[in-house]
Design a protein around this ligand. Structure first.
Ligand code: ADP
Ligand code: MG
Ligand code: MG
Length: 921
């Protein structure tokens, strides 16, 4: 490989080849070639770096090529490397395909030694400038290339500062700095045992090797491992050798950094900072406070115009917002680096729309430059990004958004402080239970120290759109003492804390949040997305509020409305229980008759909110015991009641005795009240009811409820329940139709594994439909379909398609069924290890398992459509909101995805990405 070209002048390097030249190097080449004012220089490739690291010596001939390039630089600049009259100085900079910390710091002013220093001083007439550059070079080179610790230099420097009574570096005279540089040379000699290398070519070779070595250094290796940077993303670092330009040559010189547009807002205006009379690092180092670029218009109007021109050239070439470095040396503007600007989502969206309007990018590019996932940020309050704060604990980002409030450790208190006193409250629990629900309503956010992303707290908070950090194990909650310990500190009830459910971080004290910003630009962008997407985006929504929100985010229907949420309500639960524990069909019917009007109202509201879009209602799914009281609670209550019964008998006996003893009227009266209050007959009756309930609960007990009596199985064994729901749906639709509201009801049957189940349900659906049509005087049209969430349903897709007009993949259950993993157990027990050790790449409950679950889906789609070509197919599992899964759904020819409201914008953009990527291939 001896004659592989490793060294490229900025005029020759391929600006597109970041892999070979590194990001910095490729862009320096590109900028040079489009005529921007870049100081002359060259790049040594990443391939040379890899060769060097493998062979532990520089590739043969490399230094010859470098020398040839140096001679070319001498030609271009009219200066000489090592020339004592008019010396050429360079910087040596690292740079791989991806920017990453941990690589070697840049060395400035390389080429200085005792002789060339005199040349610099002569040429500039500025001894102070010369010595200052020299001492900086010795320290930087000493540190990064020779490994001399900073402390050794700092000690000498401070001594001289003290002797000179100098407060700041700038107070030192040329003579002081001369003394500093002499002492620094001695430091290097002492620490390394060698004199500081004075030969410029030797300096250059050492610096090049040091850059290469930094790629294999611990810091860089750790960083790459941590952020999963694989060799196909970045392999080796390039070295950039760049002619020095000086921003520190006086008041007509400056250095700065800029964004072509504001990275926080996207505003189309140059944004950045600069320092007059300063060298590169000073701006970021924070030694002096830089000025905003607006000032440059006043201080150096001519330069400000040039900078504006540079900005336009950069953007019109890169078609992307740029983050760039510049230096002004005596009225000459140089560009020293550029790269794509990192912006927040608001700015990304705004610049996408504006750059399209300016003709800089196409609509497709405007869409593709935004990561769909990032849009969720725009729908929730987030922590003010300008505030720096240290988190005290890290949990799981269970529900996005940020909130501050006083910590409260139980739901009742949360209600008291939040609801009644109107204070902002964060509910802090070890874990939450259904009985804490009123505390959720009263709180701004929820923090738990235990449980995962599917814990009760996480699921309920997500449903309510409230921020939640779950499983913050660093926090130990002491409910009794109403305080929580975190490491060495703690917080008590009433102390203010802040949660960021987007990152999972917890902070002490209040951190300001910024409100969500569903900007006009986002609407424009999503409009473009809809034009390009083939997949339609519907929402999973159970309540009119959810539905309204989802609609405002652009959902074109409800793909999944879970009716069980409507059952779980303080008023309705007793009726639901009545329905479940009924002994006779008549008793059951009586309860159902009470539920019917309530459900009809629920559905009607959903239809109205979504009109004229489809609303897909899933018939009752969970095992019914979920609605019944807990067995252990019942047992405890029973034993308390029995104790009470004993006492009640005692009171009666006592009362009789008192009567006999002719106790006073008032005493007899009290006893009478007590007796009535603890009437043995009442207590016995209560005991009887509890016992009956306990018996029911025990009878309904299932070893494995998720695989037990649920879904359509329930609909078959207790047809009255599904009949009531179907009636409620069709009557609600008929009512809407009567009121002139367009509706598209869809009835969806869960947990189906055979077409026979569907046929059974369909029989009574048809009967009820006919009856409702007759009663309301006109038929409502509806669609009848099935969830596909059981493996057998996929295998029997052909026969299911004969009965169903649509398939809706419930990928949460289908994933459980395909892996035979129960989600909770998998995520708590073994999945993390599976992921870490690479047995499974991803958590299949987060990322759709395309190879297994996806394969089943593809088969089901193909087989189903072979029977019914217009079979409507979608997905309503949580995966429906995840970009990679959406891309799969596009490829698998689904018609729609359905996801939670806040994921709707994400899904709309992801659906467009999927279509564009498929089209581009
Ligand atoms: P980083 O990757 O840390 O930004 P750079 O290589 O960009 O490191 O350089 C650090 C600083 O030195 C930057 O401010 C840069 O503009 C400045 N710099 C680098 N090379 C030169 C040069 N040849 N002349 C003047 N300043 C330079
Ligand atoms: Mg830089
Ligand atoms: Mg399911």
């Amino acid at each position: 490989m001896a004659n592989t070209k490793h060294v490229f002048a900025f005029e020759d390097g391929d600006g597109k080849n970041k892999h070979l030249l590194g990001g910095k190097g490729a862009n320096l080449c590109e900028m040079t070639q489009i005529g921007l004012n870049v100081p002359p220089g060259f790049v040594i490739s990443t391939a040379a770096c890899l060769d060097y690291l493998a062979a532990t010596k520089l590739p043969t001939g490399l230094m010859d090529d470098v020398q040839a390039q140096m001679r070319a630089l001498e030609q271009k600049t009219g200066k000489g490397f090592g020339d004592s009259d008019n010396p050429l100085l360079v910087s040596v900079r690292s740079g791989s395909a991806m920017s990453m910390p941990g690589m070697m710091d840049t060395i400035l002013n390389l080429g200085l030694n005792a002789e060339t220093l005199q040349g610099v001083i002569c040429a500039t007439g500025d001894a102070r400038f010369g010595y200052d550059a020299y001492r900086r070079f010795i320290q930087l080179f000493g540190k990064v290339a020779l490994g001399v610790p900073d402390a050794a230099f700092d000690k000498e420097f401070d001594a001289i500062k003290e002797a000179a009574h100098a407060k700041q570096d700038v107070d030192l005279s040329a003579n002081d700095l001369k003394e500093v540089s002499e002492r620094f040379l001695a430091v290097v000699q002492n620490v390394t045992g060698h004199p500081f290398p004075s030969d410029p070519y030797q300096q250059l070779e050492i610096a090049i090797k040091a850059v290469f070595n930094s790629w294999g250094g611990k810091r860089a290796v750790d960083y790459r491992r941590q952020f999963h940077i694989t060799p196909d993303m970045a392999n080796g670092t390039a070295v950039n050798v760049v002619t020095m330009v000086f921003g520190n040559r006086g008041d007509d010189s400056a250095t700065g950094v800029a964004f072509t547009r504001n990275p926080a807002t996207g505003e189309n205006k140059l944004y950045g900072e600069y320092l007059v009379n300063a060298q590169g690092e000073d701006v970021v180092a924070g030694i002096r406070t830089p000025k905003p670029l607006d000032r440059l218009k006043v201080e150096m109007p001519e330069m400000a115009d040039q900078l504006d021109a540079l900005r336009d050239k950069l953007e019109s070439h890169y078609h992307e917002v740029q983050d760039f470095e510049f230096t002004i040396e005596r009225g000459q503007l140089y560009c020293l680096q550029t790269r794509n600007g990192k912006m927040n989502t608001v700015a990304m969206v705004r610049t996408s729309v504006e750059m399209e309007r300016e003709g800089l990018i196409t609509k497709e590019q405007a869409l593709l430059r935004i990561a769909p996932d990032s849009l969720e940020q725009m729908l929730f309050p987030r922590l003010d990004p300008t505030i720096k704060a240290e988190a005290v604990a890290q949990g799981l980002p269970a529900s996005p958004g940020a909130a501050s409030g006083i910590a409260v450790f139980d739901a009742d208190r949360a209600e008291q402080y939040g609801r009644e006193q109107g204070r902002k409250v964060i509910l802090v629990r070890e874990e939450t239970k259904p009985e804490d629900i009123h505390g959720f309503f009263a709180s701004e956010g929820i923090l738990t120290s235990r449980g995962g992303k599917t814990s009760h707290a996480a699921v309920v908070a997500r449903g309510m759109g409230k921020p939640c950090v779950a499983g913050a194990e660093g926090i130990s909650v002491d409910v009794n003492r109403r305080e929580a310990r975190v490491g060495l500190t703690s917080f008590k009830e009433g102390d203010v804390i802040t949660l960021d459910g987007t990152s999972g971080k917890v902070y002490l004290g209040a951190i300001p949040t910024v409100e969500p910003d569903f900007t006009p630009e986002l609407n424009v962008l999503l409009g473009w997305a809809d034009e390009r997407a083939r997949l339609k985006v519907m929402a999973n929504a159970d309540t009119p509020d959810d539905a309204r929100r989802a609609r405002s985010y652009g959902a074109v229907g409800i793909g999944l409305a879970r009716t069980e949420r409507m059952f779980n309500d303080v008023e309705r639960l007793p009726i639901v229980i009545e329905m479940i524990v009924a002994d006779t069909p008549e008793q059951r019917q009586a309860a159902l008759d009470k539920l019917l009007p309530l459900q009809r109202r629920d559905f009607r509201e959903l239809f109205e909110v979504m009109s004229p879009n489809p609303v897909t209602i899933r018939l009752l799914d969970p095992p019914i015991h979920e609605f019944l009281p807990d067995e252990h609670v019942l047992e405890r209550e029973l034993s308390e009641l029995r104790a009470l019964a004993q006492n009640a008998r005692g009171v009666t006996v006592l009362a009789g005795a008192m009567g006999l003893l002719h106790a006073s009227e008032s005493v007899r009266h009290d006893i009478d009240i007590a007796r009535r209050m603890i009437d043995p007959a009442v207590v016995e009756d209560a005991i009887g009811k509890k016992e009956a309930m306990l018996k029911k609960v025990r009878a309904l007990y299932e070893t494995n409820p998720m695989l037990g009596h649920r879904g359509v199985r329930l609909g078959i064994t207790f047809p009255e329940i599904y009949q009531m729901q179907v009636r409620a749906i069709l009557e609600a639709a008929a009512e809407c139709a009567k009121a002139g509201i367009q509706v598209k009801p869809q009835i969806k049957v869960p947990q189906v594994c055979t077409a026979e189940e569907l046929r059974k349900v369909k029989t009574f659906v048809d009967d009820i439909h006919a009856e409702v049509a007759e009663r309301y005087g006109k038929p409502v049209s509806f669609k009848f379909g099935t969830m596909i969430e059981v493996v057998r349903a996929c295998m029997r897709a052909e026969s299911l398609a004969e009965e169903a007009e649509f398939f809706s993949f419930g990928t949460n259950d289908l994933t459980q069924a395909t892996f035979s993993f129960s989600r909770e157990d998998a995520e708590n027990k073994f999945l993390p290890l599976y992921n870490q050790s690479g047995i499974l790449q991803d958590n299949p409950f987060d990322v759709l398992d395309v190879k297994g679950v996806g394969k089943l889906m593809q088969l089901a789609v193909e087989w189903g459509r072979s029977v019914k070509p217009d079979l409507h197919v979608g997905i309503c599992g949580e995966h429906g909101g995840h970009p990679a899964s959406i891309e799969f759904c596009h490829k698998a020819n689904l018609d729609y995805v359905s996801c939670s409201g806040p994921r709707v914008p994400v899904a709309r953009l992801a659906a467009a990405h999927a279509a564009l990527k498929a089209g581009n291939k």
